[in-house]
Design a binder for this molecule. Structure first.
Ligand SMILES: Cc1ncc(COP(=O)(O)O)c(C=O)c1O
Length: 422
């Protein structure tokens, strides 16, 4: 059998090589009319037949499993991206976004791309070259924003903290006083460290200093309370693939009044064409008429429309309570296994991505591998400053259910038992 396989491999290689030679010269001389040339790169063996993927329960920091209704919506027939029925779907998405962001601002939309696309859109539009941004950098997302803001030629003040810590109003007040930045950046749910940044009162502080408050809510939106208007937040980006139970590919974005004014009064052109919110906003109906900027992500927006309908049907209060209840259940079970939270202060602990201290002498990778091999279950290790220190368990969106918590606890119990720890 082995010999037959290697023989056919050899024949394939030979045919490929000789065909490649013969046809590449034919192709070079051809005008490319159908039937005139033969392909000079053979059809691959990989993407042929019907795609199958193994089942996975995604209980890491994201993506989480999508809601089946969202996935079903993505299989609907395509509409043209400038067709009125598609504009209606985009309008419905914006209504859903206003609810999930708790805002009355007109200026919400979905950025085409993942959370990073939302991050880049905010930085590119809110900062002009030479302006200062103070970055709350207590994990990997602050580091990314420092990098991005530098690329857009902003002056970056890196307000570094150890992983597991958050910012007090006093910390922020001092930084605003000292640097008078155009923008202050904070991450509400720091998924690399498992912290939850308290945002209440920070918007008010920013207003006193003429600073815009920009917040990352990629892994927290829909899972923990957020009141964009009441907390006077100016700009927010998020992600589709976590508490909103949709696949990756869309970044919800919110601009409040002051952020929009900043966009309107910029002296310099936004350095990114793709993320210029003057242009993208046009397509989403921020101004009088809708103009084509890029092809709308038809199927992805169908899914987002459905994800936001699910949020509206359940109600945000119920969603927040559901996320809290499963997190409480997880921690009660983990404590029985003698596992401890990484984040010291209870009020700083994020419930959507939970960080669990790795006990001395335990092999964290063996536990994660066992969970995957035996339970088809994803539990993750640390990221950035938490590598080797924590496991991360996500309880987000469609996955924030008691039976999934039971599965995670069973995997921890089994993994620890295998290492003689129980
Ligand atoms: C808090 C936070 N911000 C930003 C991102 C980046 O999002 P994406 O990977 O969708 O680009 C993530 C992704 O895990 C995240 O958890």
């Amino acid at each position: 059998m082995g010999r037959i396989t290697s023989c056919s491999k050899l024949i394939r290689q030979l045919t490929h090589t000789s065909r490649g030679f013969a046809s590449s010269s034919a192709a070079a001389q051809s005008l490319g009319r159908p039937g005139e040339v033969v392909t000079n790169v053979t059809a691959p063996e990989g993407p042929s037949g019907v795609l199958h993927v193994p089942p996975r329960l995604l209980m890491g920091p994201g993506p989480a499993n999508s809601h089946p209704r969202v996935l079903a919506a993505q299989t609907l027939p395509l509409l043209g991206h400038m067709h009125p029925p598609f504009f209606k779907i985009m309008d419905e998405i914006q209504q859903g976004l206003r609810y999930v962001f708790q805002t009355n601002s007109k200026h919400v939309l979905m950025v085409s791309g993942t959370g990073h696309a939302g991050m880049e859109a905010c930085i590119a539009n809110l900062l002009e070259p030479g302006e200062t941004i103070v970055v709350g950098n207590n994990g990997i997302w602050g580091s990314r924003v420092c990098d991005l803001a530098e690329r857009y030629q902003a002056k970056v003040v890196n307000l570094q903290k150890e992983p597991g810590q958050t910012y007090s109003k006093d910390d922020l007040s001092k930084a605003l006083e000292e640097h008078k930045p155009a923008v202050l950046f904070l991450t509400q749910g720091e998924s690399s460290t498992g912290t939850h940044q308290n945002l209440a009162g920070v918007g008010e502080l920013c207003r006193k200093h003429g600073t815009l408050l920009l917040v990352d809510t990629v892994c927290s939106l829909g899972g923990v309370p957020l009141f964009s208007d009441a907390w006077e937040v100016d700009a927010i980006y998020s992600g589709s693939q976590k508490c909103l139970a949709a696949p990756p590919g869309g970044a919800p974005l919110f601009f409040g009044e002051r952020a929009f004014e900043k966009l309107q009064s910029r002296k310099s052109k936004v350095a990114s064409y793709y993320f210029d919110l003057n242009l993208v906003g046009d397509y989403w109906g921020w101004y009088d008429k809708r103009f084509y900027h890029h092809t709308g992500m038809t199927s992805t927006w169908y899914g987002m429309r459905e994800a936001l309908a699910l949020v509206a049907n359940e109600g945000l209060d119920n969603m927040w309570a559901r996320h809290q209840a499963v997190a409480d259940h997880l921690w009660a079970g983990l404590r029985e296994l003698n596992l401890e939270p990484f984040v010291e202060k209870p009020e700083d602990r994020l419930i959507t991505v939970n960080t669990i201290k790795i006990p001395e002498g335990v092999d964290p990778v063996a536990l994660v591998t066992n969970a995957m091999e035996k339970y088809n279950l994803e539990i993750s290790g640390g990221l950035g400053g938490t590598v080797g220190k924590v496991w991360r368990v996500g309880l987000m969106g469609y996955n924030a259910k008691m039976e999934n918590v039971e599965m995670v606890l069973a995997a921890f119990r089994d993994g620890l038992k295998k290492q003689g720890r129980l």
